[in-house]
Design a binder for this molecule. Structure first.
Ligand SMILES: Nc1ncnc2c1ncn2[C@@H]1O[C@H](COP(=O)(O)OP(=O)(O)O)[C@@H](O)[C@H]1O
Ligand SMILES: O=C(O)C[C@@H](O)[C@H](O)C(=O)COP(=O)(O)O
Length: 334
């Protein structure tokens, strides 16, 4: 039996919940933002990127979210539809909110940053009553992006979706996805992320993101194994710790540890590594693959996306990922 047993016979594999935004990626790379003149517009927002990544691989994907009643909101909806992502639970806000924007600065392949515009962002207006139980129960898994917990009413909408998922046996995958911009304090982040992590089957985060859920409670150890054991005492069966260009470590409840490195990349920018990795890793889970194969697939996908200008547009197909793995004889060693 595979590690994560997904319910059978559901019309959707994955529903992602969280922000649907716009990335404005600097065209003039290796320059500070002050000197950047032009940007290219892409669909953005971490859960949106993961949804695109999964859909490109053939995962039947839906989305729970909210978009602004403006040109960007319409662009987002059209893009999701074009990618075959179901938008039945994507709501349009009518209160005058705006689409969140992320302007990316690419100073060098190692030195990237994001300037985020998220005041009055539509995605954080998603209300609990707008999350449909009949929609959530159609999926095998629900992916929750932690940033959706940053503000009410989106915070309560997450907990509503979480309750529906648990009620209907939908597996919960939690990507902490920490973005400081929308939160009031580190304690607030830690408390709310922890409440979702406690009910999640799979937890995906970087080392610093796990630290956020430990520090406010006096449990900070900077120790991946300690972290995994902590979540195995709750509901988790799989804890995935991302370590950037150093790869990732996955822990499973049966006591196994899987270390994976990366595939060589011609790095343009660092954004999108985590989202492409997560989308491909989740695809592997649906295939019932071993954890190390899921990691290999995820890291090959990430190597493609960090070598590209965009995140969402660059999400690869199964064939493209397999070509990278074959090119390097499957070696993503540390
Ligand atoms: N420079 C890189 N070259 C190749 N693969 C990378 C690189 N950086 C990250 N990856 C892959 O992407 C995964 C996720 O990256 P990470 O930076 O930890 O996530 P995030 O973007 O969420 O911070 C890593 O575990 C690794 O497999
Ligand atoms: O998540 C956002 O709002 C911005 C993203 O679209 C952006 O491209 C990015 O930072 C990707 O995140 P990562 O995969 O965690 O690097």
């Amino acid at each position: 039996m595979s590690l994560i047993s997904f319910p059978a016979d559901r019309p959707l594999d994955l529903i992602a919940l969280g922000r649907l935004c716009i990335d404005m990626n600097a065209n003039e790379i290796n320059r500070p933002m002050e000197e950047t003149l032009t940007f290219t517009k892409y669909l953005g927002g971490s859960p949106a990127n993961i949804a695109i990544a999964a859909a490109r691989l053939g995962v039947r994907t839906g989305f729970v979210g909210k978009v602004a009643d403006d040109q960007f909101g319409r662009f987002i909806r059209q893009y999701l539809t074009k990618e075959g992502i179901n938008t039945d639970n994507v709501v349009t806000d009518r209160t005058g909110s705006v689409t969140g924007l992320a302007f990316t600065e690419i100073r060098s392949p190692q030195d990237c940053s994001i300037l985020m515009y998220r005041d009055n962002a539509a995605d954080l207006k998603l209300a609990p009553g707008e999350v449909k139980e009949d929609y959530i129960k159609q999926a095998k898994a629900l992916l929750i992006s932690g940033t959706a917990l940053a503000k009410s009413p989106s915070r309560e909408a997450v907990f509503m979706a979480l309750e529906y998922a648990v009620k209907h046996g939908v597996r919960v995958i939690f990507d902490v996805d920490y973005r400081p911009y929308s939160w009031n304090s580190l304690e607030e982040t830690g408390i709310y992320c922890r409440m979702v992590a406690e009910k999640s089957d799979v937890i995906i985060a970087g080392r610093e993101e796990f630290d956020l859920m430990e520090a406010p409670f006096g449990e900070l150890r900077h120790d991946d194994w300690y972290t995994a054991e902590m979540w195995f005492r709750c509901k988790a069966r799989l804890v995935l710790v991302k370590h950037g260009s150093k790869g990732s470590i996955a822990f499973t409840k049966d006591g196994k540890t899987y270390r994976a490195g990366t595939f060589p990349a011609n790095v343009v920018k660092t954004f999108g590594a985590g989202d492409s990795f997560a989308g491909a890793f989740i695809y592997g889970l649906f295939q019932g693959w071993s954890v190390d194969r899921c990691q290999q697939f995820g890291s090959a996908s990430a190597s493609i996306v960090v070598s590209s200008h965009s995140c969402s547009d660059a999400m690869p197909t199964v064939e493209q990922i397999e070509a990278v793995i074959a090119q390097h004889s499957g070696r993503n060693d540390l």
